[in-house]
Design a protein around this ligand. Sequence first.
Ligand SMILES: [Zn+2]
Length: 174
Amino acid sequence: MSLLRRCHQTQVALQFVELNTPVSIIALETGLSVPMLRRMYIEHTGQRPPRGVLPFSADWFLQWRPNIHASLFANLYVDLMRTKLTAPERLTAAYRHYLSELACFDDSETLLSMARAWTLLRFCRSQILQLTPCHRCQACYISAAYQPSNNFTCGICHTPSHAGYRHRSKQLHT
Ligand SMILES: [Zn+2]
């Protein structure tokens, strides 16, 4: 790796560190070594990096609340495809947008960690998941791959009866 490229990749790695990304993902995205990234993490944050990536199931992204978060992130990522950002830069930029969008809502729990966002993109690239337009509202949501859009209804247009339960019960106890 040339010195200039190494400098650039170090800047990209810092973006990932600031978003609490597991070192194994940063290494894959930047080509920098795991020991160097561990040192960078500790120097930059004063803390140990989060543990590696657990094997997430694609089904997690299809559950009602996670699906809203995953779809928000995926749409933000797709919007950035038009820019000249590299794929790792696009990932950190989309994730920052996701966090800032969440900050606008009351129930702003960050369901999608950076590790999950990264895994989501891998599932989409492997054609396990995809963005599908809802036939009612036309907005795009994460669905199983090869989902025909003419009969796909998103979680907002078709809210399951239990969807608001968790939020309501939280309010009752505060
Ligand atoms: Zn819809």
